[in-house]
Design a binder for this molecule. Sequence first.
Ligand SMILES: C[S@@+](CC[C@H](N)C(=O)[O-])C[C@H]1O[C@@H](n2cnc3c(N)ncnc32)[C@H](O)[C@@H]1O
Length: 221
Amino acid sequence: MSNKKKDKIQSAYKDSIGIYDDVLTQGNIFSRMYIRFFWSGTDDSRIASEILSYIPDDYEVRLLDVPVGTAVFTEQKWKKLSKAQITCLDYSEDMLDKAKKRLSGCDNISFVQGDVGRLPFDDGSFDIVMSMNGFHAFPDKKSAFRETWRVLKKGGQFIACFYIRGKSKRTDWLVSRILSKKGWFTPPFPTEEQLLKILNRLYSDVECQIDGSMVYFRCVK
Ligand SMILES: C[S@@+](CC[C@H](N)C(=O)[O-])C[C@H]1O[C@@H](n2cnc3c(N)ncnc32)[C@H](O)[C@@H]1O
């Protein structure tokens, strides 16, 4: 990742740290209006709980959460997974600090500041790789797909959700004209068809759902 892109992402998420959780969880009237108008009312909390339900609470797994962000959606679930070894990685120190505070006191959870495009883990280190709302922010998606695949063990599950292009003109406009300019999103964004091609090349048992301009899925390495 170039230094310019790194700085843009770091400062975008630093600037949004005070409003991030409220916007994503529709915590006030403005964020509800924003989601209804620009995202066809797609509820990120619902998608989050859907994909978290793929993971049983008593699972003894090694799990990578990349990017953890502020852990706004994962806090409750990660606290329940007391038998799992959870690694939370994010590029932004500010987001990671908030996640650390939320999940403090959980000895089975560790935090790493890093780049998804160069994960500091051995091949096959994890049973599950979870990527919630990450791929639309990652600047080098090819490396992100390669690295998340590499660190997953054979038979392990890749679970993710993110924005895809081509489902709503209004959302595509917002993403390209505003969110990408600010640094919260980074192009290029795949269409559903392009994504399925990537997933089917790397994984088997691909189960994919679309909600507005968001895709969520699970698949097996
Ligand atoms: C929209 S947030 C999603 C966070 C969280 N998973 C959620 O659903 O709330 C995107 C996150 O991706 C992180 N990010 C962007 N580029 C990254 C990279 N190259 N490696 C790791 N994390 C990155 C940002 O710092 C930010 O915290």
